[in-house]
Each structure stands twice: as structure tokens, then as C-alpha cells.
Design a protein around this ligand. Structure first.
Ligand SMILES: CC(C)(COP(=O)(O)OP(=O)(O)OC[C@H]1O[C@@H](n2cnc3c(N)ncnc32)[C@H](O)[C@@H]1OP(=O)(O)O)[C@@H](O)C(=O)NCCC(=O)NCCS
Length: 236
């Protein structure tokens, strides 16, 4: 069966009409921000906090702490795009890694595109923040980022038993191909237009503002903790 034909329809879910009101009802508003070098330490903390099963689902094997550290050290922020979601305590609770590669590197999608590059997406959400749309929002942001970066094919590889990820992929319009306990999926994306560029820019600006507020609140809390733990000086 021709896999590529099955994906040809794609989905318009990741167009400009997207609006998911679910997050408004949740304990924090999910804002997706592009991460940079300064987030590397928090990225490491996020990945190290994943348990063995989550590491297996995310990376395809139970990476040791040492290998996770190497993976984080090797993330190339100028080549790839890394997106994150911070909770109200300025803890990084969701990470989406969008890795760009020449299309020949991924033979399963190389015939589906005439573009030079394709993108592979990997995602993880902390156990404490699951089921409130963080993973889906990270996926949506990755999809619009691809459009705006002139990449029309977004690929995901996961275990066939990963029901949650399969659900997210299906919701996005991907068709899933299962082989030997693993699953491949890809999504054909519409080309960028002024509105998609504007949408991503606005989302990033709002998320940056939210990030600054949370970072400042975290710094203030730490400062208060330090001040209140210092012994009081005698008045005389
Ligand atoms: C997969 C993962 C990223 C999902 O993150 P999340 O923030 O919980 O995802 P969301 O809340 O956006 O969406 C979860 C969806 O899956 C559904 N879901 C949850 N458990 C499910 C299950 N066992 N079977 C089917 N669907 C399930 C939810 O109902 C929800 O659907 P909805 O949006 O239609 O209501 C997270 O579980 C995770 O980090 N897992 C470990 C790492 C991993 O598997 N990564 C993916 C491989 S790259």
C-alpha cells in the first residue's frame, strides 16, 4: 500500500482557525514559547524527571541520566526549534522538539515532499501536567512553525502502543502506520501565509510576556525565601 497516498488529504486543523477553549478552564493557561540556550538547564531537569516508561515512550529506549544529559547538551537551537510550556511555578512541564533534516534522511517521507527539508517532532509532558492540552498545543505550535519555515511535512515516530500520542496524531489528521510494534505518521501542511506568520508571532509574544512574568515571580519568591531565612540583627 502506498503510504504517501494515505496522507495526501492531510488536515486543516492546523490552519488559522484553531482555537481550543479547553485550556481556559484548566488550572493554567497553556502558553507555548520557543526555548533557547538559557532554557537548557530546565530542559535537562524536565527530561531527568521523566520516569523509565516515559523515557522509553519519548526516546524509544530507557535512556540513562547520562545519555539524557548528552542529548540535552547536543540540542542545536539554531538548527532545530524547541518549544516549551512553563507552569505557574516556572517549571518546564512540556517540551516539543522539532528537528529539521534533509528529506533524504527520512526515506518514509522523502517522496511526499518537494521541499529540501522535513521535520520530525518529539514531545514529552510532565506527569503532573498531562491531560490538559499541553501535548496537543505543543504539536499545534510545531505544525504552524513548520508552515512558516517552508516545511510541509511533519513526521512523528512512536511506539504503536502509545495510545495517547496516537490519539493526538489522529486528531491532527495524521494516518498512522504500524509496523513491528512501532508507528510512523506524517502530516502534510498548507503553505505559510501572512496570517500564519502573524499567528505564530503573536503567540510567541504573548508566551514571552507570560514567561517574563513567571520568571520574575519566581525570582521574587526566591528572594523572599532567602530574606526570611536570614537571622534578624539585634536592634541594639
Ligand atoms: C503523549 C503526551 C506528550 C501527551 O501529553 P498531554 O499533555 O497529556 O496531551 P493532551 O492533554 O494534549 O492530549 C491528550 C489526549 O489523549 C487522550 N488520551 C489520554 N490517554 C489516552 C489513552 N490511553 N488512549 C487514547 N487517548 C488518550 C486524552 O483524552 C486527550 O485527548 P483530547 O485532547 O481529545 O481530549 C504525554 O502523555 C507524555 O509525555 N508521554 C510520555 C512521552 C511520550 O509518549 N511522547 C510521545 C512520543 S514522541
Amino acid at each position: 500500500m502506498n503510504q504517501i497516498d494515505q496522507f495526501a488529504g492531510g488536515s486543516d486543523r492546523y490552519g488559522l482557525e484553531h482555537c481550543d477553549s479547553r485550556s481556559e478552564q484548566d488550572k493554567f493557561v497553556v502558553r507555548v514559547k520557543e526555548l533557547s540556550e538559557r532554557d537548557r538547564r530546565r530542559l535537562l531537569m524536565h527530561f531527568l524527571a521523566l520516569n523509565d516508561n516515559d523515557r522509553y515512550l519519548r526516546f524509544g529506549s530507557m535512556l540513562s541520566d547520562e545519555l539524557i544529559t548528552k542529548y540535552v547538551q547536543m540540542i542545536n537551537f539554531s538548527r532545530d526549534a524547541v518549544f516549551g510550556v512553563y507552569d505557574n511555578d516556572f517549571k518546564l512541564v512540556g517540551v516539543g522538539h522539532l528537528a529539521f533534516a534533509p528529506r533524504d534522511v527520512l526515506p518514509i517521507v522523502s517522496d511526499a515532499t518537494t521541499k529540501e527539508r522535513v521535520a520530525e517532532f518529539g514531545v514529552s509532558v510532565s506527569a503532573s501536567a498531562r491531560g490538559i492540552g499541553v501535548g496537543s498545543k505543543l504539536f499545534e505550535r510545531a505544525a504552524i512553525h513548520c508552515r512558516n519555515a517552508d516545511v510541509d511535512t511533519l513526521y512523528i515516530h512512536c511506539l504503536a502502543s502509545n495510545q495517547t500520542m496516537i490519539h493526538i496524531a489522529k486528531k491532527a489528521g495524521m494516518e498512522i502506520f504500524r509496523l513491528h510494534g512501532e508507528a510512523d505518521a506524517y502530516l502534510k501542511l498548507r503553505p505559510a501565509n501572512p496570517a500564519s506568520v502573524m499567528q505564530e508571532a503573536v503567540e510567541e509574544q504573548v508566551a514571552s510576556f507570560d514567561y517574563a512574568l513567571k520568571a520574575n515571580a519566581r525570582a521574587a519568591t526566591k528572594w523572599l525565601e532567602i530574606m526570611s531565612s536570614q537571622p534578624k540583627k539585634d536592634d541594639d
